[in-house]
Each structure stands twice: as structure tokens, then as C-alpha cells.
Design a protein around this ligand. Structure first.
Ligand code: DGY
Length: 333
């Protein structure tokens, strides 16, 4: 006799995902897709969380205590399989209290994000944004010995805040461009990894900030890293320093950044993320020396599909009664 087939888990996806991912989910799960891609408000998220066993949210969803209370009241939600590596939009304490497991998608967007960080490291000092605007505005009057001068990359010092997967991938790229690598991380890397990257560890972030020419933020956003870079720390930086952020906007105090740029405390910024996305402080739009991107670090077809495959794998392993590979909250398997 054939074994009784398990019922397919009810899965609700909050945003549109790449087509092959949605197609596969529809084959495997009892899935509810968000076909018009309208971001869900808090009431819609709470309603979804009460009706499914697995919720697939993204960075644009605020999964707060109220959403998780609704999930607990519904009594069905068991897994939050986040589409993305950052989980700072999920109240993890409330998820733990509601006994909802949380998974993410690490590893598959490392290279894409590191490429984008490197692109910003090149774009800001070399003024690619300003040059592009000049040509598009029809204002370029030809090559000039003193035209479009920026600053050299090779030979400068790069300070990486957060030396996880993405930080290390940035370090590898930076070395190929002749930058010397410095880093601040809670834990020092193993000697052989440090040796391979020729990276210098700074236990004291303030001391590193005062010494480097470029700073890139590659740590997660947590209560400890919220506004890690604030007005006091901008004052420690060199006036010719550039700051790059493709991690989370909230790690930089955006108002303090605008002031530091306005006062010339630092030379420029390359930002892929913002404190109140999709809102961008209007001052940033006017400031020279700033390159602004719309949170596109992981935005490759390959990367987004691989993220979807990770979501599917986490759900399938969980549905089969095993420990999902990318658990964020270890205790609720
Ligand atoms: C991530 O994976 O964290 C990206 O920033 C999108 O959420």
C-alpha cells in the first residue's frame, strides 16, 4: 500500500518572487502568492500570519509583536522562511515567544553584494555619479586636464566593519584593487584567514575609523549596531574619508551623515540602503560626493533565484520534520 501523502503546508508569500521560484512553490506547497506585489500593511500581515503554517516575508515587511501575536492566536504559524539574509525586520524575541522558527538565506548573495560594495568604493571617489549626470544633462564640453578629478583608489586604506562572509568577499576584491585591508569585528579572524586577506584587525572601532580612507559597513543591523556610526564617530574620520553602506541604513545615523557631509567632516558616501526606506533624506539628493542606489545589493537574477531556492529548501526540510539548514533561532526546531 502506498504511504499516505502528507498534506502540503499552507505557505503565504508576502511579495512577488522570481517566476521559477513561485512556480516551484506552487508545485510543492499550498501556496498563496502576492501576484500584484503590493507590500502588505500590518493588518494584512497579521491576517496572513494567522492563516498559514509558513510565512515567507522580505525586508519590506515589519514582522512585529502584533503580527506574531496574531500568529500565536491563529495557532498555525510554525515557520517564518525569510527571503533575504537580514532579519532585523522580524521581532525575534516575539517569534521566540510565539514558538515560530525563523530561517534566512545566507551565502547565496555574498558575491553579488560584495560586487556592489566594490562598485560603490570605485564610484564615489572617482565621481562616477557626477560624471554620468554631466553627460546625460548634455553639459559635457569635452576632456579637460582639470576636469572630473577624483581620488585614487590604489594604495588607500579600507576599513571594513563586520568581517562575515560579505566583509571577507569585499576584502578579497579590495586587495585586487591595491587597497590595504583593515577590519573591525567582534571576533578576530583566524590567523590563516587574516594572513590570506592580509587584513589588520582593530579591536577599537574608533581607532580604525581615524586611520582609514574608505569605510564599508558589512555587519548586520542589531540593537548593538543601531546608529553605530553617529555624529561623534563622523568627527573621528579623516576629512578625505568616504563611507559606503550596503548593509542596513539604520547602522548609520542618516541625519548625522548629512551634517558630516555638509560640514566637510568626510568627503563622500556611497549608499545602497537608507534609514527609512524607501524615503531618502532630501539633503542627500543635493549633496555632491554622494552616490545613491535603491537597495540593490543582491539584485541579480541568479542571486534572487538562489535565495528563493534556499527558502524552498528550508520549508521542505522543516515540512519533513527535520532541522532547516538556515535556522536563525536555534532553539525552536
Ligand atoms: C538581504 O538579504 O538582507 C537583503 O538586504 C534583502 O533583504
Amino acid at each position: 500500500m502506498a504511504p499516505a501523502s502528507r498534506p502540503r503546508p499552507k505557505v503565504i508569500v508576502t511579495r512577488r518572487l522570481p517566476q521559477p521560484v513561485e512556480t516551484r512553490m506552487a508545485e510543492l506547497f499550498d501556496v498563496e502568492l502576492n501576484l500584484d506585489d503590493t507590500p502588505m500593511n500590518q493588518a494584512a500581515l497579521a491576517d496572513a500570519a494567522a492563516r498559514c503554517e509558513v510565512l515567507v516575508p522580505t525586508v519590506t515587511d515589519e514582522i512585529d509583536a502584533e503580527v506574531l501575536n496574531a500568529a500565536a492566536a491563529g495557532g498555525r504559524l510554525k515557520l517564518m522562511a525569510n527571503f533575504g539574509v537580514g532579519v532585523d525586520h522580524i521581532d525575534l524575541a516575539a517569534a521566540r515567544a510565539a514558538r515560530v522558527a525563523v530561517t534566512n538565506t545566507p551565502g547565496v548573495l555574498t558575491d553579488d553584494t560584495a560586487d556592489l560594495v566594490m562598485a560603490l568604493i570605485l564610484s564615489v571617489p572617482r565621481r562616477l555619479g557626477a560624471g554620468e549626470k554631466l553627460v546625460r544633462a548634455g553639459q559635457w564640453q569635452g576632456w579637460a586636464p582639470t576636469g572630473m578629478l577624483g581620488h585614487r583608489i590604489t594604495g588607500k586604506r579600507l576599513g571594513i566593519i563586520g568581517m562575515g562572509r560579505i566583509g571577507r568577499a569585499v576584502a578579497t576584491r579590495a586587495r585586487a584593487f591595491g587597497l590595504t585591508v583593515h577590519y573591525h569585528n567582534r571576533h578576530r579572524l583566524r590567523a590563516e584567514v587574516e594572513g590570506e586577506l592580509e587584513a589588520t584587525w582593530w579591536e577599537n572601532l574608533d581607532a580604525m575609523l581615524a586611520r582609514v580612507d574608505f569605510i564599508t559597513i558589512n555587519c548586520p543591523h542589531t540593537p548593538e549596531t543601531h546608529h553605530l556610526i553617529d555624529a561623534r564617530r563622523f568627527k573621528l574620520m579623516q576629512r578625505q574619508a568616504y563611507i559606503i553602506n550596503a548593509a542596513r541604513g539604520e547602522i548609520i545615523d542618516e541625519a548625522a551623515l548629512c551634517e558630516a557631509l555638509e560640514k566637510g567632516e568626510i568627503a563622500g558616501a556611497g549608499l545602497d540602503v537608507f534609514e527609512r526606506e524607501p524615503e531618502v533624506d532630501a539633503r542627500l539628493l543635493e549633496l555632491p560626493g554622494v552616490v545613491l542606489l535603491p537597495h540593490m545589493g543582491s539584485a541579480t537574477f541568479e542571486g534572487r533565484q538562489a535565495m528563493g531556492e534556499k527558502v524552498i529548501a528550508n520549508i521542505r526540510v522543516w515540512a519533513d520534520g527535520h532541522r532547516p539548514p538556515d535556522l536563525v533561532l536555534e532553539e525552536w526546531v
